[in-house]
Design a protein around this ligand. Structure first.
Ligand SMILES: Cc1cc2nc3c(=O)[nH]c(=O)nc-3n(C[C@H](O)[C@H](O)[C@H](O)COP(=O)(O)O)c2cc1C
Length: 195
């Protein structure tokens, strides 16, 4: 009788785990993000609240200019020449098998620092999960570039959402009631990619 109860309990726990976020192994999860005006940072933190793991902000050896026009022209040049800005991070990638990568859309492309990251670290055999904020024009060619830079990874469906529009003086928008709405969307996305 006791054994039957134990088996029922185990099956129930297993089924529940399949339909929820409990199957994530937090110890093996890395969340890496690039953020300038904190929209992608808030998204990274909402994801972290759901799945746990290690969270790392991408930092450059030589930070970008604060001025919007200056960064736009610098990024355009870097995209044109294929320049990969050196990063100020050191990650032991062997510790992780699931890597969430978060970034804003810059010039309708994957920002150069995220290209640097994917160039520096070999994510072969790992699961890569992109998330993005943008000024309202979408994710552009970011996913295509991630596919090119991670040819041997399993790449899951991205979460993408409108963030700020620095060009128009709109900075962090994922706050207050909007943050609560985004939190719900993130929770649903995490369930979807996990089933
Ligand atoms: C250099 C630069 C280029 C950008 N290019 C685009 C773009 O091509 N399309 C777009 O929708 N938003 C663009 N944006 C707006 C950002 O994607 C948007 O504000 C995003 O939410 C910023 O994320 P963050 O707050 O994490 O930095 C650009 C912003 C910057 C700074």
């Amino acid at each position: 009788m006791k054994l039957r109860i134990l088996i029922t309990l185990l099956i129930t726990t297993f089924c529940f785990a399949q339909g929820s976020t409990t199957v994530w192994n937090s110890n093996r999860i890395l969340i890496v993000y690039l953020s300038r005006t904190n929209n992608t940072k808030v998204l990274a933190e909402l994801i972290h609240d759901q799945v746990g793991g290690t969270i790392v902000a991408l930092e450059l050896e030589k930070p970008y200019p604060k001025d919007y026009r200056s960064i736009v022209s610098q990024v355009a040049k870097e995209n044109e020449t294929g320049y990969l800005p050196p990063l100020k991070i050191a990650i032991d990638m062997n510790r992780y098998d699931t890597v969430f990568v978060g970034f804003p859309t810059w010039g309708m492309q994957l920002p150069p620092p995220m290209k640097s990251f994917l160039n520096k670290y070999d994510l072969s055999g790992k699961t890569v999960i992109p998330f993005n904020t943008n000024g309202g024009y979408g994710i552009g060619s970011c996913i295509r570039t991630i596919n090119e830079l991670c040819p041997n990874s399993v790449i899951l469906d991205a979460f993408t959402i409108k963030g700020g529009s620095e060009r128009d003086g709109i900075f962090l928008t994922i706050i207050g009631t909007r943050e609560l709405e985004v939190k719900k969307q993130v929770q649903q996305w995490i369930i979807n990619i996990n089933t």
